[in-house]
Design a protein around this ligand. Structure first.
Ligand SMILES: *[C@@H]1O[C@H](CO)[C@@H](O)[C@H](O)[C@H]1NC(C)=O
Ligand SMILES: *[C@@H]1O[C@H](CO)[C@@H](O)[C@H](O)[C@H]1NC(C)=O
Ligand SMILES: *[C@@H]1O[C@H](CO)[C@@H](O)[C@H](O)[C@H]1NC(C)=O
Ligand SMILES: *[C@@H]1O[C@H](CO)[C@@H](O)[C@H](O)[C@H]1NC(C)=O
Length: 559
């Protein structure tokens, strides 16, 4: 399926006499053209300009994230990050000159100035880009998208434009948690920390189970500089009322009940009835990382650009959050026609990491086959999720059960077709290839970045949603769990006068290995295939394993 896709990107001489670089994509059977977009309809286009020195940013990120570097934890300032990412002056000049020839004014929408946005009628966009913006129906979701199958950038501007969004990107919407859930009765456990977990924890999870499994402290975090952020899309929202019910049932030891803050990005909702993903994320951050100030960022735009806007919103502040947890993702195949966009998307997380933020994403809930179980089962290659393949963030898979803790069969994992394998995981992945031999040969990209990096419990998390108690499952549950672990570790580091943990992969794949519980059984089937087996060491189902807070605390206080 991936290899059938190719982007035509060449120099064309158009009949109008404009010489330019035309980008064309074949029409995907999933998106059906309905009619040309109405000429007067307004369209917002974002232009990505090439960064001045993105390799320099990546090198600086690794330098501050490598525990053996003298610069470990010496995070970059806002200005230092922006200096790497800012476009060259001649790029800004070329693009703004081109736009002003069409009487179009642009607005800078990223703190470094590498992204410019225009709001114009479709007729203007068509003229500017020699495009035919068309309304397409997404057969899978019944949603409509305005896109064009081809567009042209004048030859003298082409080298100054990395991507234009939305144009030829046919990216299905992100998936949040759609996992099975049902109403249940609250557990009857005593809710006091014991040497052995309560028997309920065999089949259902509440904060005490996570504390017992992973040695997570129940004591309140104390550092006033600590914080944790969760981002929400697709109109998801959490409420204080549901959080209060959750604390009544599962954290009666904590009084008064902590609250959380809501911030809107791109017009995201700030109130409403509690929904699945947001309630889960808030209850397992506020309810586990007790006392860590937590903010829910509600993002109104669920296209790829909403994710980039979210990161830019944080990057524009003098202080970025110490942890950012996101339980949404895309099918990476949707980005195969615009690798430049995928790179810019990934690089916003490199920027956050360089500023000292730990960026966590769920790995996905459909085993080796990304999100589109049914429609794409004829595919001969496994489908990785996005942005878990981005090497500059930490991807979290799922486990279940206790003694032994095993891989959850839905835990997405595999290898990116866009991002090459970073050196921090080279030996861990090579070891895995040795162990699996020819298993799944030809179904995955042996040079791609492997994911997830780590995992945690992910099945039957008690969650209050709109006054009702549900069981929720998915890597959406393991991701906020890890966010809480990192936030509590950060608290200990801050109290010891040390910086927060930032981008944790280089640490996890080296000194972190003995501080994790290696998961060695289970697999992630999908699309009629058995998927990848979880084995000793790293594997593309559970990563390096689940947290042991006590060991991690000793490790991070020693750095
Ligand atoms: C633009 O696309 C629409 C929908 O496919 C089509 O009906 C129309 O003819 C196209 N217009 C041009 C100028 O190619
Ligand atoms: C708790 O947080 C919510 C969302 O930020 C806010 O609407 C509410 O007023 C807060 N409650 C209290 C008691 O501060
Ligand atoms: C996808 O497959 C499941 C399980 O076989 C089935 O219940 C569901 O209806 C299918 N969905 C679509 C859209 O075909
Ligand atoms: C495999 O991944 C690499 C990046 O590591 C990429 O350049 C290459 O195009 C991918 N191959 C396929 C068939 O997608």
């Amino acid at each position: 399926m991936l290899s059938a896709a190719s982007v035509v990107f060449g120099l064309l001489s158009l009949s109008s006499g404009v010489h330019g670089a035309q980008r064309t994509v074949p029409q995907s059977p999933q998106f059906v053209p309905l009619h040309a977009a109405s000429p007067g309809q307004s369209i917002s286009l974002t232009f990505g300009l090439p960064p001045t020195n993105i390799d320099g940013l990546h090198a600086a990120l690794y330098d501050v994230s490598d525990p053996t570097s003298p610069n470990y934890g010496k995070y970059l300032t806002k200005a230092e990050v922006e200096a790497f990412v800012a476009p060259k002056a001649e790029s800004v000049q070329a693009v703004t000159d081109w736009l002003s020839k069409h009487n179009i004014k642009s607005k800078v929408v990223s703190p470094s100035g590498d992204m410019l946005r225009i709001n114009v009628p479709v007729s203007t966009a068509n003229a500017l880009l020699s495009a035919n913006f068309t309304e397409f129906a997404d057969k899978q979701t019944d949603m409509t998208l305005v896109r064009t199958l081809s567009f042209t950038i004048p030859q003298d501007v082409e080298q100054h434009v990395k991507f234009v969004f939305p144009t030829t990107q046919f990216i299905p919407p992100p998936n949040g948690n759609e996992a099975l859930f049902k109403v249940v009765q609250p557990p009857k456990s005593a809710l006091t920390k014991k040497a052995t977990p309560p028997s309920e924890c065999q089949t259902e999870i509440f904060p005490e189970c996570l504390e017992d499994f992973y040695n997570i402290p129940s004591a309140r975090a104390t550092n006033p500089g600590n914080n944790l952020a969760v981002s929400q899309y697709l109109g998801e929202i959490a409420t204080e009322a549901d959080l209060n019910l959750f604390f009544q049932d599962f954290r009666p030891d904590v009084t008064p009940t902590p609250n959380f803050t809501i911030v809107s990005v791109d017009g995201g909702v700030t109130s409403g009835t509690g929904t699945l993903e947001a309630s889960l994320d808030i209850q397992y951050t506020v309810g586990v990382a007790t006392g860590v100030p937590t903010t829910l960022f509600s993002v109104g735009d669920a296209s790829a650009f909403g994710f980039i806007d979210m990161a830019n919103f944080l990057l524009q502040k003098n202080e970025t959050p110490l942890v950012l947890s996101t339980s949404y993702g895309f099918n990476e195949n949707g980005f195969s026609f615009d690798v430049d966009l995928a790179e810019s998307f990934c690089d916003v997380y490199a920027q956050l990491g360089a500023r000292g933020t730990t960026v966590l994403f769920c790995s996905g809930d459909n085993g080796v086959y990304s999100f589109s179980f049914n429609s794409s089962c004829s595919a001969t290659e496994f489908g990785p999720t996005f942005p878990s393949g981005c090497p500059f963030l930490t991807s979290v898979g799922g486990t279940q059960g206790v003694n032994p803790e095993v891989a959850a069969s839905f835990s997405s994992g595999g290898f990116s077709n866009i991002f090459a394998r970073p050196s921090y995981q080279e030996s861990a992945v090579q070891q895995y290839f040795k162990e699996i031999g020819s298993t799944n040969a030809g179904l995955y990209n042996t040079s791609g970045r492997g994911f997830p990096d780590i995992s945690a419990q992910s099945v039957n998390f008690f969650t209050w949603i709109a006054d009702e108690l549900f069981f929720v499952l998915g890597t959406s549950a393991s991701t906020p769990t890890w966010a809480s672990v990192i936030a509590l570790l950060n608290d200990a580091r801050l109290n010891a006068g040390k910086p927060a943990l930032g981008f944790i992969n280089p640490l996890l794949y080296s000194q972190g290995v003995p501080a994790l519980n290696d998961i060695t059984s289970g697999s992630n089937p999908g699309c009629g295939k058995q998927g990848f087996p979880a084995l000793a060491g790293w594997d593309p189902v559970t990563g390096l394993g689940t947290p042991d807070y006590t060991k991690l605390l000793n490790l991070v206080l020693s750095l």
